[in-house]
Design a protein around this ligand. Structure first.
Ligand SMILES: [Zn+2]
Ligand SMILES: [Zn+2]
Length: 209
C-alpha cells in the first residue's frame, strides 16, 4: 500500500494519498489546499485518483476539491450529514474567512460501515461525529485516518455549529480506541500517533479531569 500525508494550506491540514501499488488507483483524503502540489505528487507516484474522500466538510479540508476533481475526474465522497458543507460556504465556514468555497454535491454520501474500494485496497468508513455531525475516520490497513476527531495528544474542537464535545469523546472511545494499540493514528492536523499512545496519554481521554 502507498500511503503518505503532507500538510497543505495556511491551516496545515494533512492531505493523505492512498494508492494501490498493483492497479495504481488512488484516493485523496482531504485535499484542503494546494491542489497543484497534490496533483504533482499523484503524477510522481504514477497514481490515478479515483476518489476524493473528505473526513468532514470544513473549508481547510475541502479547499482543493474542485481543482483535484476537475483534473482527475475523481468522485467526491463525504458522510451524509456533512454533505451540505460542500455546497454551502456558510456551512463549511469559508464564508467567515473571506473565501466562499462551494463545490458540486458529492457523488456518494457515506454511512458508518461503508467500504470504498481503491484498486485492491479496502477502506472502511467509521462515523465519528462530534467535531461535525458527519465527521468520519477511515480504516486503511493498520492505520486510522482521524480527520479533526483525534489528534496526537489532543482532540478536535466542538464549538463549531453542529459540534458536541460529549459526542466527540464518545466517538473516540467507542469507535477508535477499540482498535489494537499499535494501530497508527493519522490525524487531520499535526504529527502521527498510535491508538495505544492516545489511550494512555491523551489528556482529553484519560479520566483525570
Ligand atoms: Zn474541522
Ligand atoms: Zn481542520
Amino acid at each position: 500500500m502507498i500511503l503518505e500525508g503532507f500538510p497543505v494550506g495556511p491551516m496545515a491540514a494533512n492531505c493523505y494519498i492512498i494508492g494501490c501499488p498493483e492497479t495504481k488507483e488512488a484516493a485523496v483524503v482531504d485535499p484542503g489546499a494546494e491542489g497543484g502540489r497534490i496533483l504533482r505528487r499523484l503524477e510522481q507516484l504514477g497514481l490515478t485518483c479515483r476518489y476524493i474522500i473528505l473526513t468532514h466538510g470544513h473549508a481547510d479540508h475541502i479547499g482543493a476539491v474542485g481543482q483535484v476533481k476537475e483534473a482527475t475526474g475523481a468522485e467526491v465522497l463525504i458522510h451524509r450529514e456533512d454533505g451540505k458543507m460542500l455546497t454551502s460556504p456558510a456551512s463549511n465556514l469559508s464564508l467567515y474567512v473571506g473565501m466562499a468555497l462551494s463545490f458540486d454535491p458529492a457523488e456518494r454520501l457515506l454511512e458508518d460501515g461503508d467500504t470504498v474500494t481503491v484498486g485492491k485496497l479496502t477502506l472502511k468508513v467509521i462515523h465519528t461525529p462530534g467535531h461535525t455531525p458527519g465527521s468520519i475516520s477511515l480504516e486503511v490497513g493498520d492505520c486510522l485516518i482521524t480527520g479533526d476527531t483525534l489528534f496526537a495528544g489532543s482532540v478536535g474542537r466542538s464549538d463549531f455549529p453542529g459540534g458536541s464535545h460529549q459526542q466527540l469523546i464518545r466517538s473516540i472511545k467507542e469507535k477508535l480506541l477499540v482498535y489494537p494499540p499499535e494501530t497508527k493514528v493519522l490525524p487531520g492536523h499535526g504529527p502521527t500517533s498510535t491508538v495505544g499512545e492516545e489511550a494512555r496519554y491523551n489528556p482529553f481521554l484519560t479520566d483525570l479531569f
